[in-house]
Design a protein around this ligand. Sequence first.
Ligand code: C2E
Ligand code: CA
Ligand code: CA
Length: 802
Amino acid sequence: MNSGRLKGFLTSFTSKSTVRELSLTPEQSERLQESQLDSVSDFSTIIVMAGLLNTLVIMLMFGGGPLGNLFSFWAISQCAVMGYIIVSRVRKANSDLQNDVEGRTKRYVRGATVIGFFWAVIPLMAFPVGDDVQFAATGIILTATMFGGVLLIGRIPDAAMGFVLPILCGTLAALQLQQDPRNGLLSVLTLVYGGVLYFGARLAYTQFARQKLSQEALEEQTQVIGLLLKDFEENASDTLWQTDIDGRFAAMPDLFGTSPQTQAENSNVGKSFIDTFKPDEASTLLSQHMRAQLPFKDVVVRSNNETKRWLSVTGKPVFEGGIFQGYRGVLSDVTQARETEERVMFMAHHDELTGLPNRNQFTTELNTLSKDKSDGVGDWFIVWLDLDRFKWINDTMGHDLGDRVLEAVAGRLLDYVSQQGIVARISGDEFAIVDHTEDYRTLQEYVENLLSALSEPYSIWGNKLNCRASAGVKVLPSGYFDVNKALKQADTALNDAKSRERGSWCLFDHRMEDQIRAEHQLEGDLQKAVENNEFRLFFQPIMSAETREVVACETLLRWEHPQRGLLTPDMFIQFAEENGLITRIGSWTIRNAIEKAATLHPSIRVAINVSPLQIHSDGLVPTVVNALAQSGVDPARIELEITESVMISDTEFTMERLLQLKEIGVRIVLDDFGTGFSSLSYLRQFPFDKLKIDRCFIEGVETDPDSQAITRATLSLARALKIRCTGEGVETPGQADFLQENGCDELQGFMFSRPQPLENLGHLIQFNSDADETANQDVVVPLADNDATKRRKARSKSTRSA
Ligand code: C2E
Ligand code: CA
Ligand code: CA
């Protein structure tokens, strides 16, 4: 057998076969090899001592005989090889290779095989020269060496086989070389020994491997159990419980929040199991199960003492010899989980700030009401409320103060509603109530008193704040009703109230729905209008108050709706702002207005209305710059009209944007002056080029002293701040005169012209001769049919000449 096959034979029947037999994982087999090496290393001193002893005995027997020199050479070389193996092993053990289990095992096998070959030559040398005693002694030594070798290095089966096989073969060969017929028997005996050694070694090794594996498994289990126990101790939320036949505690768990002492003093042993839980549906279920001696699982009950813990109870009846002995089970404290769950549930259905039900919850409650509402308690109705100045309070005074206002409003509403009434916060500054009254007259009283309760000043952090609300009311039909529809109708009524007058209320009426439907339709059409280019620009002249000549034109947007005809901005601008189309429409307006400006006489400015949303759009400045560049219009001829609402939110950003526009050279005009909240502060914050006094003041200047006072004050303020003024909505010569006398610079209104397509204004407006040959050129035509204007003009001319 050559060494390769010998090796194959050794490994196939030893460690590898064991690895296969026990189906070890590579990690397990490596750990096994490691412990093999360890256990063999424990014997290394004995192995060396035994080897030296045997060598010494051989030398004593044969050293002085005929082959004495050969034996001495054998002994010396064997000691040298053993020494070498020991030294190299120690060296390797100290190097980093020490952890290479495979390498260490191989070295062991090699060393054992080399030593085995040394011993294999002994019978070949000794048997021919020895007498009977020496023959027997050699036989004993070889047998002992083989058995001892397997005993000591059997943990590495490959090494044991490498050691024993050469000796076995050497002995057999030596016996056969002797011509003694008795040796046949000895040879058989030797072979039997070999077989015993082989199978014995294999069995011992497999046992060792098995033992090692089960030890490992046990250690692992111990660790897992240790971890579980630790975890259990740390989060000890489960407790075992047991009752007797009568359902009384045999052992009381500490799950009820009692301290260890009180528990010890006042043991619950003997107390009724069921009575420790609050009587409710769940505990009734428990007691039903227990009476029927049925098992139950995860029933959540509440402890019946002041700690009010939530407990999940699982239990099963115990029978011994078929006789009921009581219950045994587990109790878990689920209070924390339950509280978290309840909190999450609450947050899902309530508004965090005010604690009022949110929209979802309100809808749910209305659904219940729609099914359970008993008729005859009077009329039920929904009041949908919207705070009028809340956004302004929030933006100017800060969100914290805004939050306090909302809380105060919630408090007033709760105080106001009846016992059965429900108050909810629907969104930011919108609240809703569902309540009932006796008849319509009281409903009217109800809403009016509610609005006046809300409009009482709120005193918060030393500030007195006024905040009114508008309301939409929907009276609910008797019997079942569609909740979502009812809510929508209340909202519709609210919108109607807001569009009439802030702080008012409106009862829902079906005509409102038709209007809403029409508005929805319009909203849908708006997208198409942009694509189909259905917008037109109308122009309204602005006159110099002094000369009554056109000095500017305001561009006003119109939508030529294919079915509904010409629509004014109040019918669609809001939708365009809501769905974001305003930026596209706005850019179109700016481009067209500036393009048209190029066709007008250079002395005529063009005013363009800019929506607050456009101001925030990044496209605004580039659009203006490009349009100016393309048309070659002097930027100073372009006026951008903005309203105060632009200034309310994100004032800093707006200021920056307005300054950017001013840097381009265009003028910034404050439109609808006087209708906002604190116009004066804005006038100081930004250098406006002009302000336009709102039509609502102009309307009354002939008769109403208040309107006169406001208009005068505004005009003198503008003069002081060196800001020009335009009076809007001038319809009568009296209004025009009043404005002119009080120093208003420009006038705009139906008295001079309604907004029109530019081509219809040829009688009023001077066109640019270079740009438009067809336009009426040099003459500025005054309003021909207006005598008052003629008189004004005459007067102003005479004043100038005077
Ligand atoms: P505004 O800027 O205050 O425009 C003046 C409005 O008053 C115009 O209404 C005009 O027709 C009307 N008006 C002018 N003189 C008189 C008068 O003597 N008596 C009466 N009763 N009304 C007069 P219009 O064209 O319906 O525009 C309404 C609003 O729509 C404008 O108010 C402006 O805020 C907005 N708007 C108009 N065009 C545009 C636009 O292109 N873009 C944006 N964002 N808004 C626009
Ligand atoms: Ca305007
Ligand atoms: Ca205006």
